[in-house]
Design a protein around this ligand. Structure first.
Ligand code: SAH
Length: 356
């Protein structure tokens, strides 16, 4: 450790002490930091994580059960306007088979993710959730199916869903409107997040690092939004362009910035469940491991049937094999252990829920 701390390190110390830097200070920190500053951040982030979660890293089995979507987000490969995509939705029995297989592999959380596919009505999803919970009462069910009615959210919660992932994508209105067509709005997305929290879900928000038109001021807003919302989970992964979207050929987010944001998020929200995302593993060979070393404590390998994986192409070259595949759990265990972590099979709920 250097004798004299840099101004960046002093800002990081303040975050560690539970203080929120101003937005200007965040911009400053994000725009200019050395490798030593990052290492300093990651070290504190690991410390904070360890104080709360020890060496535990939680695993979630991701079931991508439909790539139909009514939305047309400019960045996303499964947007409704993508005519090059072969659409699929899993039969209920296929979803159950994924969960059964995941269960025997050791997974105790299943994440049902999909596009906003209205085929999956309130009632259909209720039945699916109930059946999974009946068969695996010791498991958590996480939903990630976008913006739906309050009554849908409530009914799914009452059917047994435990958690909900809905990234806010960006907390800046102007930026939101550059990522989404006019029929979508940031205010509605935020409203959904508040509803989910109020209903009682362990709720996840988040955003992409390096999405088109994102400025450092946007990121500072995102950090403030997260600090205010205090979600139980935060998903942050790099933007990766997808060839059949309006953002084809746009520059990808970077490993470096994503890791830095993971570290900041861990300091800002010590109890947060923070995945080292598939997107992070996709932009760099050891990306996921580096995410864990920057303060992440969750990994979400893919449990979807082989045929579905390539069709759930949110972005180009998305990994779904090797350590990203639930079937390769031994590989995953080794890569977690390489970072000093311990792979835990168990629900892996957010600690100190009552404080959030
Ligand atoms: N329909 C659900 C699930 C969306 S997919 C919902 O609306 O929440 C899950 C996440 O993938 C999105 O929230 C988005 O942040 C991310 N994603 C989509 N396209 C991406 C891309 N091109 N690069 C990186 N992440 C992307």
């Amino acid at each position: 450790m250097p004798e004299v701390k840099t101004s960046q390190m002093l800002l990081i110390d303040r975050l560690y002490a539970g203080e929120m830097p101003s937005k200007e200070e965040f911009v400053q920190l994000l725009s200019c930091h050395s490798r030593e500053d990052s290492e300093y951040l990651f070290k504190l982030a690991r410390q904070v994580r360890e104080n709360i979660y020890g060496k535990d890293v939680y695993i979630r089995g991701l079931v991508e059960f439909t790539n139909y979507c009514r939305n047309n987000c400019y960045y996303c490969g499964i947007r409704r306007g993508n005519r090059n995509l072969c659409r699929y939705r899993l039969y209920d029995s296929e979803i159950y088979n994924c969960c059964d297989e995941g269960y025997s592999l050791g997974f105790r959380t299943f994440v049902l993710q999909g596009g906003e596919d209205m085929y999956f009505t309130r009632e259909r999803l209720c039945a699916i959730i109930e059946n999974i919970k009946k068969k695996h009462p010791d498991c958590a069910v996480t939903l990630s199916v976008g913006e739906r009615d309050y009554k849908d959210y409530l009914a799914w919660y009452e059917s047994g869903a435990d958690r909900y992932l809905l990234r806010h994508e960006t907390a800046t209105e102007e930026h939101y409107n550059k990522l989404h067509p006019g029929e979508m709005s940031l205010s509605h997305r935020k409203e959904c997040l508040l509803q989910l929290k109020e209903i009682g879900y362990q709720t996840g928000a988040g955003f992409m690092a390096g999405s088109p038109y994102q400025t450092l001021e946007c990121i500072a807003e995102d950090l403030y939004f997260l600090h205010e919302l205090k979600p139980h989970m935060v998903g942050i992964g790099p933007f990766i362009s997808q060839k059949d979207t309006p953002f084809a050929g746009k520059e990808n987010g970077t490993l470096e910035q994503t890791l830095f944001l993971l570290g900041i998020t861990r300091l800002m929200l010590p109890y947060v469940l923070l995945p080292a995302t598939t997107a992070l593993g996709t932009i760099a060979p050891e990306g996921r491991e580096m995410g864990l070393l920057a303060g992440a404590n969750v990994v979400m390998p893919n449990l979807s049937p082989a045929g579905a994986r390539e069709k759930y192409c949110l972005y180009d070259n998305k990994l779904s094999t090797g350590g990203e595949s639930a079937q390769c759990i031994q590989l995953l265990r080794e890569s977690i252990e390489k970072t000093g972590g311990r792979m835990v099979t168990g629900r892996g709920d957010c600690k100190l829920l009552q404080d959030l």
